[in-house]
Design a binder for this molecule. Structure first.
Ligand SMILES: Cc1ncc(COP(=O)(O)O)c(C=O)c1O
Length: 347
């Protein structure tokens, strides 16, 4: 092999396997650009110092958003609601973001456009940067970035189709007296990671976390819904969950499907006795749960999940004009500026 091609190979390896691939892991394929501190920079230049404050103390808030292909080009799903939550997370943590909501929304659109890949997962992140150490993060400058990568269904396409095996975690979801679960802060994900690793080591695909009252809260990175006798329920925000935007979308779909819906706490044993259970999340989409701790859920058919999945696929791909206001088209000519007819954000 010529030395020139060896170095190209090395560079490709470095760029395309930033994360080791293996069971359940993804390799990030390098794209072209990342938005960082106010401008688009080359992928390999989006770097921070190892003494970056947020890396040490978890003072970092972030979002997970998806863009999908539609007949009018790439469209970001519920961008405004995600950036609204981003700002709310910052507010909880006294983090002063040096950009407006409009600027971060525009950064998301710019990143998708610059990379030229319509189907991506976007990651706005704000963190205490390099400058100071110690436990008062407000002494460090806030840095903001928007990256993106290609990411399939988080719990696998097979999971979306056939359901995943879940286990109730021995780790308890932290409540808002410990760490506010409604703020999407990196620190929360230490709790999620413990639950996820325990599930995977135990041979399951995903965890279900109970809250400190022993009621069902959510998955490590997903909300959870239960169907019993055609009544669909999900734990309320007060159960210590992230108020998912997909959860909100599902709630709207349930109304549009004419199904009975309630926000209510439920117990571990009510997981086992459900007719259907499913996770919702930007990363996971709508993924049925086929088994909890060795107990099969329902009959293995997911009639309500299937209705919701169909609606979701249609909505994100611009196939249902009813939900068009949820799409931010990346090509400005594709659609007029949209404003949000947000529905079920309460509780
Ligand atoms: C802990 C947790 N719960 C729920 C969700 C689902 O939220 P969303 O539907 O906004 O992606 C996520 C994903 O962001 C999460 O991390």
């Amino acid at each position: 092999m010529k030395s020139g091609s060896a170095s190209v190979d090395n560079r490709l390896n470095r760029r395309s396997a930033l994360v080791p691939t293996g069971s359940g892991m993804v390799g990030i394929r390098a794209l072209k650009k990342i938005w960082m501190d106010g401008q688009l920079v080359d992928w390999d230049d989006a770097k921070v110092h190892v003494l970056t404050h947020g890396l040490h103390y978890g003072y970092s808030i972030f979002e997970g958003i998806r863009s999908h292909d539609t007949p009018r080009g790439a469209a970001i799903f519920r961008l405004h609601e995600h950036i609204d939550r981003f700002f709310n997370s910052a507010k909880v943590y006294r983090m002063k973001l040096p950009y407006s909501m409009e600027e971060i929304e525009q950064a998301c659109v710019d990143v998708v456009r610059a990379n030229g890949v319509p189907t991506v997962y976007l990651r706005p992140v704000a963190f205490s940067g390099y400058g100071e150490m110690g436990l008062d993060p407000t002494k460090s400058p806030v840095q903001v970035a928007v990256g993106e990568w290609e990411w399939g269904a988080y719990l696998g396409q097979k999971g979306v189709e056939s359901g995943v095996r879940a286990t109730v975690s021995s780790w308890v979801r932290m409540d808002s007296r410990m760490l506010p679960p409604q703020a999407k802060c990196a620190a929360n994900y230490a709790n999620s990671a413990l639950a996820k690793m325990e599930a995977v080591v135990g041979g399951y695909e995903e965890a279900i976390l109970l809250n400190s009252q022993g009621m069902v809260a959510e998955g490590p990175g997903e909300n959870i819904f239960r169907v019993k006798h055609e009544i669909v329920s999900t734990p309320p925000a007060s159960s210590g969950i992230l108020r998912g935007i997909t959860r909100d979308t599902v709630i709207q779909f349930l109304r549009d499907e004419g199904l009975t819906f309630q926000r209510t706490d439920f117990t571990r044993e009510e997981l086992f006795t459900a007719d259907e259970l499913f996770y919702s999340g930007t990363a996971a989409g709508i993924t049925p749960i086929r088994e909890v701790d060795g107990r099969p859920i329902g009959t293995g058919d997911y009639p309500i999940v299937r209705r919701l999945q169909r609606r979701y696929e249609n909505a994100i791909h611009g196939g249902n004009p009813e939900y068009d206001a949820w799409l931010s088209y990346v090509d400005a000519k594709a659609a007029p500026a949209r404003r949000v007819p947000t529905v079920a954000r309460a509780r």
